[in-house]
Ligand binder design. Structure first.
Ligand SMILES: C[C@](O)(C(=O)O)[C@H](CC(=O)O)C(=O)O
Ligand SMILES: [Mg+2]
Length: 297
């Protein structure tokens, strides 16, 4: 009811422990808090808060237009409804290393379990598009130092993402990953790996956990959890999957509504009122007032 039961710190500690278990953790991208409730109920290991989704939700392209306040606000709303750890996309950290430091503290305050910071230049773009540029390794190391030094909870996970694979090749990406881990990053997010062999190469390059981004319509082959786990990947995100599914259904539904002049033919595909109320834990609010849930559905 109302909120997560576990403190942010205990969720972070559990996240750390799970990351070192050798198990693959599955983090679908929640496009709103209600989605995070469903992700939790169905037994996933965590919730991802995607920058691409956050900007698309505002009808904006993912080019760094969203502000720290917007990202922290939405990520906080999502993190507070689940006992699972929530990992948020902090893009390039919203500015200079000093901005990165402030970003980390604000995301900690918002109850997140961790964030990822990437080595792209500003304005950034989706990691699966062509034409990306990255900052120097030294500049990214400064971002990581700022992040690691700023956090007040040592269990807050700082994940460093490298976008170097596309422009500089796999060897450069693994070299950067090593430098980022040496600088104190807790996890590496190698962006736009082509296939399992590339994840394996990244796995042997670093000792810290690694993250796989299974985004659709991108540059990575969509690999199964079994394959990723066998390659030693620690965490998989499905960042935009649920938004794409929902928007596909929304568009189909709108078209059918226009054609049929009624939504009657769509009702079978909808989440029912009773399922929605179950997810909202509606009856539990009778703890406050027994007249709250006094109807049948
Ligand atoms: C993971 C990602 O950073 C995101 O914002 O979700 C995106 C996903 C996408 O655009 O498909 C990315 O840059 O890979
Ligand atoms: Mg992103």
């Amino acid at each position: 009811m109302l909120h997560a039961k576990k403190s942010a710190h205990s969720r972070r500690a559990a996240f750390r422990e799970a990351l070192s278990s050798g198990r693959l953790l599955r983090f679908p991208g929640a496009f709103n808090p209600l989605t995070a409730v469903l992700i939790t109920e169905l037994g996933f290991d965590g919730v991802y808060v995607s920058g691409a989704v956050l900007s698309a939700d505002l009808a904006l392209p993912d080019i760094g237009l969203t502000t720290l306040t917007e990202v922290a606000g939405r990520a906080g709303q999502i993190a507070r409804v689940t006992d699972l750890p929530a990992l948020v996309d902090a893009d390039t950290g919203f500015g200079e290393p000093m901005n990165v430091a402030r970003t980390v503290q604000i995301l900690e305050d918002a109850g997140l379990a961790g964030c990822h910071l990437e080595d792209q230049v500003n304005p950034k773009r989706c990691g699966h598009l062509d034409g990306k540029s990255v900052v120097s390794t030294e500049e990214m190391v400064r971002r990581i130092h700022a992040a690691v030094t700023a956090r007040r909870d040592d269990d807050f996970v700082i994940c460093a993402r490298t976008d170097a694979r596309a422009g500089e090749g796999l060897a450069a990406a693994t070299e950067r990953a090593r430098a980022y881990a040496d600088a104190g990053a807790d996890m590496i997010f190698p962006e736009a790996m082509a296939d399992l062999a590339e994840f394996e190469a990244m796995r042997s390059a670093v000792d810290v956990p690694i993250l796989a981004n299974m985004t659709e319509f991108g540059k990575s082959e969509l690999l199964t959890t079994a394959a990723l786990e066998s390659a030693g990947v620690n965490l998989v995100i499905y960042p935009v999957t649920l938004l794409r599914l929902a928007m596909g259904a929304v568009e189909d539904g709108l078209r059918q509504l226009l054609t049929d002049g009624t939504q009657a033919g769509l009702v079978d595909r909808m989440q029912t009122r009773s399922r929605l109320y179950e997810l909202l834990d509606y009856p539990a609010y009778n703890t406050f007032d027994t007249d709250t849930f006094n109807f049948r559905i």
